[in-house]
Write a protein that binds this ligand. Sequence first.
Ligand SMILES: [Mn+2]
Length: 251
Amino acid sequence: MRNKTFFITDSHLGSGDDSRQRECDMVQWLEQIEPEAKTIIMLGDIFDFWFTYRHAVPRGFVRLLGKMAQMADNGVEFHFFIGNHDMWLFDYMEKEIGVAMHDAPEEMVIDGKRFLLGHGDGMGNQDRSYNFLKRVFRCRLNQWLFAGIHPNIGFPIAHKWSNHSRKSHSRKYNGYLGDDKEAIFQYCKQRQQRKTDAGEQPYDFFLFGHRHTPVTRPIGDALYINVGNWIENRDYAVFDGEKCELKSFSK
Ligand SMILES: [Mn+2]
């Protein structure tokens, strides 16, 4: 029965020599969960870099995109929270596949449970210089300028940048730093506090990516889950209407 919601994050497809293998594994995972999947939520950085031109499409990822299109056509609902690496997807997946795109953390009610979902980049004040860059990257004029650079020049530069940014991030934040040091965890805790202070229904689950470290931590009666990565790991999360848990894909 199709009644479950699945979450996946940070596959950074297009990076590393095993990108095609990771993509194929993801397609196999989609095939495995297909009989049960009502909704699939991608929490960002699925692609290591992407740019949607008005009239052309970057090479690669046809297996994943084809499988998603087929499932979407069969009624599976897809959501995509853009990450810091694939923020330039724009309307490509929405127009081509029917994926609902989100560019900031958002509340979603699934089977009566309250979720706060997002990628998780740019949180906490260590990320101040990053937030400046994010404004630069999100500026329409700059996007228009990049679109004007020939892809043969623009893509290698972007991939180099992307690689550098991913590596320096993983050097800086290696493993779970502890509740008090994890910016996304702290952000979720604050959002929960705000809800309670306003006398609103609290969240039940917080699901994010970006950290590449799979972890489940309590926030009061709620649960913070970082869905981890699809690079070294094959992490995903599944919600069955009652409980939400981290899992690892095996063939
Ligand atoms: Mn990220």
